[in-house]
Design a protein. Structure first.
Ligand code: FAD
Length: 478
């Protein structure tokens, strides 16, 4: 025996929260929707965990950052779910799924059945052990994926004031944690195998801008090497990090941010996988028509690039969540997901945003000894990606818009000379879409650079730009 629902969302993270809000907006009936999460709290804005949650003074704490405050929408507390007749099954791990029978089995042995399942299981942190290193369980070694990790990190940090930390990994979790540790007056050394930080996104020039800034705050970088083993004391606490190059670093604590792995295991052998995630179509529907997937776990077609991608960013989780609910509740009125990839980070007082794809040739712009820097990526003659640090609302809107338009670029030197001015000029000369034309970027593709303003028939993704503004300028803590 067990419970049965029309809609079940498996996973209680960012995507689940945004999907719940969208379900209520589209008229879900009381008792139809259930969210199952192995976390003990309703969905929250996960990015807060490496930012406001780690502040030494007035840190962000729940319930202040439940979804959907990150998009300036309602804050969905436990009471909200109750009032809207949504069943929250918290602290409950699903240990198996049967998509043919349409059932999920909880760790406690309950069967929960559904008509439609939305997989929103996100991802888990990769562990050192997966790279042949032991010691993850030591009491002063921290990861950061969920609230329990964040509480542990806060406790360890508080016990190490004035001490030494090693951050292993140079991605955004490593960078944001390093900044938070410094703000908490802990001496930080970052260790990673790549030649520079944020290697998957940053160019060497962009990375060096941030590394210089981090250096100025006291962060040291050891690049091009990895840790090989920990020294432990008799209590099982890590006392030193030994590196493959033979050096060692005495530590009071370690933070590990070496990447994530999508939580697909329940569905392996049952659903088609791609790019490490669950493959979906433009309606977020998997290879089983009753099962959808959203957020970090979903590999979806990015129309703009004509490719399937799996993104690990909060904006994609929010928007794919809204889209899947539209697709489920109003299938005849819902087009394929048309998403411009967007990612941001905030460290110290810095804030950057990235739109699109970091493929092809790079054109840097701005004053790399100042506070506003940027880059464009040009692939096959078109602008496909834009990066900006330190911009204004209009600046972030402009790079989003220019990237969405996929403008043709034939003169990289001139683009470099114009820099941010190029995107601003694009956005100040909006060209409108003729009625019914939704694939207008193609109209502009073959035009030479700077001829764009004379081109009619371009639809502009204003909502993307608005999001860019929100992220860039509001000094929120999540
Ligand atoms: C510390 C941190 C900082 C971040 N900062 C940024 C940022 O600055 N900018 C940005 O763009 N993105 C950021 N992200 C990424 C962003 O938070 C994720 O992209 C987003 O949370 C993905 O949402 P999701 O709903 O797909 O997955 P999640 O939010 O991870 O939610 C998945 C949920 O499913 C649950 N679950 C999984 N398996 C099971 C199971 N078998 N049974 C029950 N429950 C299960 C999990 O416990 C979790 O609650 C950050 C992530 C982290 C961890």
């Amino acid at each position: 025996m067990g419970r049965a629902f029309v809609y079940v969302i498996l996973g209680g993270g960012v995507a689940a929260g945004y999907a719940a809000l969208e379900f209520t907006r589209r008229g879900v009936f009381h008792g139809e929707l259930c969210i199952i999460s192995d976390e003990p709290v309703p969905p929250y804005e996960r990015p807060a965990l490496s930012k406001g949650y780690l502040l030494p003074e007035a840190p962000a704490r729940l319930p202040s950052f439940h979804t959907c405050v990150g998009a300036s929408e309602e804050r969905l507390t436990q009471k909200w779910y109750k009032e809207h007749g949504i069943e929250l099954v918290l602290g409950t791990h699903i240990k198996s799924a049967d998509v043919k029978r349409k059932t999920l089995l909880t760790a406690a042995g309950e069967t929960i059945s559904y008509k439609i399942l939305i997989i929103a299981t996100g991802a888990r942190s990769l562990k050192l052990e997966e790279f042949g290193v032991t010691g993850s369980n030591a009491e002063n070694v921290c990861y950061l994926r969920d609230l329990a990790d964040a509480d542990r990190l806060v406790n360890v940090m508080q016990s190490c004031a004035g001490g030494n930390a090693v951050v292993i990994g140079g991605g955004y979790v490593g960078m944001e944690c390093a900044a938070s540790l410094v703000i908490n007056k802990i001496n930080v050394t970052m260790v990673f195998p790549e030649a520079h930080c944020m290697a998957r996104l940053f160019t060497p020039k962009i990375a060096s801008y941030y590394e210089d800034y981090f250096n100025s705050k006291g962060v040291k970088f050891i690049k091009g090497t990895i840790m090989s083993y920990f020294d432990m004391d008799s209590n099982g606490k890590v006392t030193a990090v030994n590196l493959r190059d033979g050096s060692w670093l005495p530590v009071d604590m370690v933070v590990v941010g070496i990447g994530i792995r999508p939580n697909t295991s329940l569905f392996e052998g049952q659903l088609t996988l791609e790019r490490g995630g669950i493959k979906v179509n433009g309606l977020m529907q998997t290879s089983n028509s009753s099962v959808y997937a959203i957020g970090d776990v979903a590999a979806f077609p990015v129309k703009l690039f004509g490719e399937t991608r799996r993104l690990e960013h909060v904006d994609s989780a929010r928007k794919s969540a809204r889209h899947v609910v539209a697709a489920i509740m109003e299938p005849n009125k819902t087009d394929d997901f048309d998403y411009l990839p967007f990612f941001y980070s905030r460290v110290f007082t810095l804030c950057w945003q990235f739109y699109g794809d970091n493929a092809g040739e790079v054109v840097h712009f701005g004053d790399y000894s100042g506070s506003t820097i940027g880059a464009y990526w040009i692939s096959k003659g078109h602008l496909v990606g834009s990066f900006l640090e330190g911009g204004s609302k209009e600046d972030f809107e402009a790079i989003a818009k220019a990237t969405r338009l996929k403008l043709a670029i034939d003169d990289l030197t001139e683009l470099e000379r114009q820099g941010l001015g190029f995107a601003l000029a694009v956005s100040k000369n909006p060209v409108r879409s003729p009625p019914g034309n939704v694939s207008a970027p193609s109209l502009i593709l073959e035009r030479p650079l700077y001829a764009w303003h004379a081109t009619a028939g371009v639809i502009v993704a204003a909502s993307v730009a608005a999001f860019g503004y929100w992220y860039g300028r509001r000094r929120r803590r999540w």
